[in-house]
Design a protein around this ligand. Structure first.
Ligand code: ADP
Length: 486
């Protein structure tokens, strides 16, 4: 009976040895291999046949022979050898890191007859350890604060930057609850973050406040991601925090400056509005008196002086009315007095009036009849006058100016073309901006840079469009498009 049990035990032992993941080799005290399992073949490459009866040195790198001899003598002396890590040589000549456990084999009398060497291939484990060490050093040397915690908020890692940012050392932080760095009035945030993490979601660039060891509050931007185990289960969260105190301060300053700038801008608009109003009354009465004088003055040199004074006053009046328009546009008070009229007539009258201001230029009008629209007549006249006076002003050497008015689909298209100085392409959009003048021209041509801005606003209020086509030193064509009516 006991024989059967023994036999079974031996069979079981043999099966365990054969199926083991670890290499199991029995050697004599002289180092001769007497047994060699399947795992030994997998790790070292040699078959059982190739190794039985051979010396163990076939799997030992020459530089480590001494280590093996020391082990053998320890075994012979009946001493135990603690598990240690070493290197073994494979059949192909490659080196494999192993963790080795050696125990003496004794005969029935207890005498040491050999040793059992159990080796585990630790190359994968070593690679993983290296990777982990590398990652740990990256995390540690990162300028970003990287902290991890469990789903219960217990801090599990704390890098150097976290130490710098919050003032707590790694030893002080690990094991503590994350509320260590959360201001009391923001504790709710942690629940929100954790509930997102639990459902597998990230928290991205969340701007908040955190508290340092000294109680100072710092502005940070937080990115929190779930940490999963091998099976994909969420087991914690990793936080990356960036100190954005400076950024927040700069942003706040910028907001303050913008507010101030808006305020100054408002003051400026208010001033322009008030000044132009105040200027309008005296200038209108000066104009009236000048006209009275002109009418009553007999011929003589004074008449010429009066005319010149009148012309200057007119210029001043048009500047003041431009300024008044600006403040109306700014405050949304530019109201339109809409009527139905024929633009063709307005063009004819305006061209005639403006023609009188220049003897050098010829304004040639070509307009279809029946250009009916519903618009503010006075405001459209203002736009046309602006375009015509500009085309005269900016073409001092080219006398030809063409004005066209025609229907195009459901629209009316007016164009004013000159062959003057033209506008460089990069400036063409800007000329419709407030106070914009093409640089370099300021001293040659007088103006405030308001006419086109006001014209554009007037046309936009009519739901129309205004644009320019121009080539430097060849001339410009300004277009106005408005909706036609029957
Ligand atoms: P201002 O003529 O008073 O400067 P505008 O708003 O009417 O103001 O025009 C803005 C700018 O656009 C002008 O300063 C000028 O540089 C440019 N500009 C306008 N019309 C013409 C044109 N017909 N030819 C060339 N440049 C022009």
């Amino acid at each position: 009976m006991s024989n059967i049990i023994n036999l079974n035990a031996t069979t079981q032992l043999a099966a365990i040895i054969e199926n083991s993941e670890d290499a199991m080799i029995c050697i004599t005290t002289e180092g001769i291999i007497v047994s060699w399992n399947l795992a030994a073949m997998k790790i070292y490459g040699h078959t059982e046949k190739e190794t039985l009866g051979k010396h163990i040195s076939i799997i030992i790198p020459p530089s480590l022979m001494e280590e093996e001899e020391n082990i053998l003598s320890a075994i012979k002396a009946g001493q135990k050898v603690d598990t240690f890590e070493t290197i073994r040589l494979t059949k192909s000549g490659a080196l494999v890191p192993v963790s080795l456990a050696i125990s003496p084999l004794r005969d029935n009398e207890g005498a040491v007859v050999g040793a059992l060497e159990i080796a585990r291939d630790i190359s994968i484990q070593q690679q993983t350890e290296k990777k982990v060490a590398l990652l740990a050093s990256i995390v540690d040397s990162s300028w970003d604060t990287i902290v991890s915690k469990t789903l219960d908020g217990i801090i599990t890692s704390w890098n150097k930057s976290a130490e710098r940012m919050f003032g707590y050392s790694e030893a002080e932080a690990i094991g503590k609850h994350i509320s260590l760095i959360i201001p009391a009035d923001r504790l709710d945030e942690e629940n929100m973050i954790i509930s997102r993490i639990r459902s597998g979601l990230k928290v991205d660039h969340f701007e908040t406040l955190r508290k340092t060891k000294t109680g100072r509050l710092i502005n940070i931007s937080l990115t929190v991601s779930p940490i999963r185990d091998k099976s994909g289960k969420i087991i914690g969260a990793s936080k990356i925090a960036r100190d954005i105190t400076e950024q927040v301060e700069t942003r706040e300053k910028l907001e303050q400056y913008t507010k101030k700038l808006e305020q100054i801008n408002n003051y400026k608009d208010e001033f322009i509005s008030m000044a132009s109003h105040e200027l309008k009354t005296p200038i209108t009465s000066i104009n009236g008196y000048l006209q009275l004088l002109e009418r009553n003055m007999k011929a003589g040199p004074q008449v010429l002086f009066l005319k010149k004074a009148s012309q200057q006053v007119s210029k001043l009046m048009s500047l003041i009315s431009d300024l008044l328009d600006i403040s109306k546009i700014q405050s949304g008070r530019l109201s339109l007095n809409l009527t139905r009229f024929n633009l063709c007539e307005l063009l004819r009258e305006t061209v005639e009036t403006v023609q009188q201001t220049s003897t050098f230029h010829t304004l040639q009008l070509e307009a279809e009849d029946g250009l009916w629209l519903i618009a503010d007549k006075q405001r459209l006249e203002q736009v046309v006058i602006n375009l015509l006076t500009n085309s005269i002003k900016y073409s001092p050497e080219s006398p030809q100016i063409f004005i066209k008015g025609r229907k195009e689909g459901g629209n009316i298209l007016v164009s004013v073309q000159d062959f003057g100085i033209g506008i460089p392409p990069e400036k063409q959009k800007k000329i419709f901006d407030r106070f914009y003048r093409v640089e370099g021209l300021e001293y040659t041509y007088s103006g405030l840079g308001l006419g086109l801005y006001i014209s554009n606003e007037i046309i936009a209020q009519h739901q129309g469009k205004m644009w320019v086509q121009s080539e430097l030193e060849k001339g410009s064509t300004f277009f106005v498009q408005l909706k036609a009516v029957q």
